[in-house]
Write a protein that binds this ligand. Structure first.
Ligand code: GDP
Length: 312
């Protein structure tokens, strides 16, 4: 039986950027038996706690949007935490799902699983064809292991476990801590604070030349629910918008949306990361799915969320 509004659906990481978007999409579609747990309620680093949780709640469908995530600096500074914690979280959730007889599971990875020099746009076939981008290889190695775990459980035990690899995400419930955030929330905060304080300059990291593709979390939420309902292959699948911008263009766009009129300067002592990261999402588009939120509209709504969280 496929997932419907009566199904018991567990969203791991339901308060995060991606998990909360999946949760909102399921609510919009009238799902009534949603299951979410905070870290205080179920510690995903604790195998016994995860197994107890599965036994008690008996979810039929599971979305894995729980992970230790962070931007370019955090990844570089905490390699052990990014590798160990992500392996633990996904092992417990995937193995536990098999033990608990979960009908279907969607594991979320990241576009950083691809080799640094893989041909662009990045196709699913490029997995494990070369060395990774060093600034986030710890996180990437964990996510690659997660994809393989889903494939292995499908082969050995017949589990309907699928994986999706989203491009760079942004949207409500993002992390705005400047040390650990990704670029888009960092820009919202930096440009907003500069505007409010009347600062003449905003300092951005790197050269501004790297190219990145961005997808609003609500589009990813829709894609995840779509895949849970329509996709059951061993092959993991890319989820992107197909549109890329340079970090410099992004800074100018965020500056304009926020209303910052000063100067943008680049701190080239900070890393650029990979020069380009555009996904080839034709596999997903061929199934009939398309993103709905363009970058400017998406940034405007993310800025509203940022402002609401600040005041409220
Ligand atoms: P990445 O896509 O894995 O490299 O992760 P990020 O979103 O952290 O960084 C994307 C690009 O934005 C990199 O080239 C960064 O150097 C650049 N960047 C510029 N300013 C910032 C900033 O304030 N924070 C972050 N996280 N990245 C920034």
């Amino acid at each position: 039986m496929s997932m419907n509004e009566h199904s018991r659906v567990y969203v791991a990481g339901h308060r995060g950027l991606v998990g909360s978007a999946i949760w909102r999409e399921l609510q919009r579609r009238g799902f009534r038996n949603l299951i979410g747990r905070t870290r205080q309620e179920v510690d995903l680093l604790d195998a016994a706690a995860v197994s107890r949780f599965y036994a008690e709640t008996k979810p039929e469908f599971v979305f894995i949007a729980a992970a230790k995530v962070g931007g370019i600096l955090a990844n570089d500074q905490q390699p052990a935490s990014f590798l160990f914690e992500n392996l633990q979280i996904q092992n417990h959730l995937i193995h536990g799902a098999w033990q608990a007889g979960v009908r279907k599971l969607l594991f979320l990875g990241s576009s950083c699983i691809y080799p640094k020099l893989a041909p662009q746009p990045l196709r699913e076939e490029s997995l494990l064809s070369g060395p990774l981008e060093p600034t986030n290889e710890w996180y990437a190695v964990a996510k690659i292991a997660g994809i393989k775990l889903c494939q292995a459980y499908r082969r050995q035990y017949g589990c309907d476990f699928i994986s999706a690899m989203p491009t760079n995400m942004y949207g409500p419930n993002d992390n705005y801590d400047l040390q650990t955030s990704h670029v888009l929330p960092a820009f919202l905060r930096k440009f907003h604070e500069a505007k409010v304080s009347g600062a003449a300059r905003v300092v951005c990291w790197g050269s501004g030349t790297p190219l990145r593709e961005f997808l609003h979390a609500d589009d990813l939420g829709r894609a995840c629910v779509f895949l849970m309902q329509h996709y059951s292959e061993e092959q993991f699948i890319n989820v992107g918008s197909g549109r890329e911008v340079s970090i410099r263009e992004l800074a100018e766009l965020v500056g304009r949306i926020v209303g910052f009129t000063g100067e943008i300067v680049w701190d080239t002592t900070k890393p650029d990361g990979t020069p380009r990261k555009l996904m080839d999402s034709s596999r997903l588009f061929a199934l009939g799915w398309r993103p709905q939120i363009d970058l400017e509209m998406g940034i405007r709504s993310a800025y509203e969320d940022f402002l609401a969280k600040r005041v409220g």
